[in-house]
Design a protein around this ligand. Structure first.
Ligand SMILES: Cc1cc2nc3c(=O)[nH]c(=O)nc-3n(C[C@H](O)[C@H](O)[C@H](O)COP(=O)(O)O)c2cc1C
Length: 199
C-alpha cells in the first residue's frame, strides 16, 4: 500500500503552463492535489499571470543578475517548495512554450553570481501533470524525458507524469483512468532521477 507524502516540511508548488484559463491540465492537477494531506502547503502559480520575457542567455557575461518581478516571484516560489509540479498541456508532443521558458530561467538561476540554486534543488522532487488530445500517453514521451532529465541534472527526485486525455476545456473529466491515477499520484515513490546512461 503506497503511503502519502510525509507532511513534515513538505510544500508543493504547482506551476500552471496552459495558454487558457481553467484548462484540462489544471483540472487534473487539482484532482491530484486534493488528495494531498491538508497540512502540506500548496502554492499555485499560473505562468500566464506571471509572463516571462524570452530567456536571454547571459550565463557567460559578467555583471550581476537582476530579475524582473515575475521572475523573482517564480524563483522564490521554486526555491521555497520541496515539490515542484509542472502542469503543462502537451503542445507539439512536449511542454508548452510558457513552461519551457520557465525551465529556461532555471539555467539563469543556476549560474547567477553567488547562486546556490543547484545545491538547494538537489534532493527535491519534480512531478509532471499533462493533458493531451491523443488518447495514447506514449506520444507524451518527450515531455517525460524532458522532466526526468532536468531532474537528473539537478540531482532531484522524479515522481513521474500524470497523464490525462482531453481536447476541449473540461473534457479531461471524462477520463476515468486519469481520475483514478490522480487519486494516488502523489503517493508514488520518488526515486532520485537518473539519466539513461546512469541506470
Ligand atoms: C499549441 C497546441 C499544441 C498541441 N499539441 C498537441 C500534441 O502534440 N499532442 C496532443 O495530443 N495534443 C495536442 N494539443 C491539444 C492539447 O494538448 C489539449 O487540448 C489539452 O487538453 C490542452 O490542455 P489545457 O486545457 O490544460 O490547455 C495541442 C494544443 C495546442 C493549443
Amino acid at each position: 500500500m503506497p503511503s502519502s507524502p510525509a507532511s513534515t516540511d513538505r510544500s508543493f508548488l504547482f506551476v500552471l503552463g496552459s495558454s487558457r484559463p481553467d484548462g484540462n491540465t489544471e483540472i487534473l492537477a487539482r484532482a491530484a492535489a486534493e488528495q494531498l494531506p491538508t497540512d502540506i502547503p500548496q502554492r499555485w502559480l499560473d505562468l500566464t499571470a506571471l509572463p516571462l520575457p524570452d530567456f536571454q542567455d547571459g550565463r557567460h557575461e559578467s555583471g550581476g543578475w537582476s530579475g524582473g518581478e515575475h521572475e523573482e516571484t517564480l524563483r522564490q516560489a521554486t526555491l521555497e517548495a520541496t515539490d515542484i509540479v509542472i502542469a503543462s498541456p502537451l503542445y507539439w508532443y512536449s511542454l508548452s512554450a510558457q513552461t519551457k521558458r520557465y525551465l529556461d530561467y532555471w539555467s539563469g538561476w543556476l549560474t547567477a553570481p553567488g547562486s546556490d540554486f543547484k545545491e538547494r534543488m538537489a534532493g527535491r522532487t519534480l512531478w509532471g501533470v499533462t493533458v493531451m488530445a491523443d488518447p495514447n500517453p506514449v506520444v507524451g514521451e518527450a515531455l517525460v524525458t524532458t522532466l526526468n532529465h532536468s531532474a537528473a541534472y539537478l540531482r532531484m527526485r522524479f515522481g513521474g507524469v500524470l497523464f490525462g486525455n482531453g481536447s476541449r476545456p473540461g473534457q479531461v473529466r471524462d477520463d476515468e483512468r486519469a481520475a483514478l491515477h490522480a487519486k494516488t499520484f502523489f503517493q508514488r515513490d520518488t526515486p532520485l532521477a537518473r539519466f539513461p546512461h546512469e541506470q
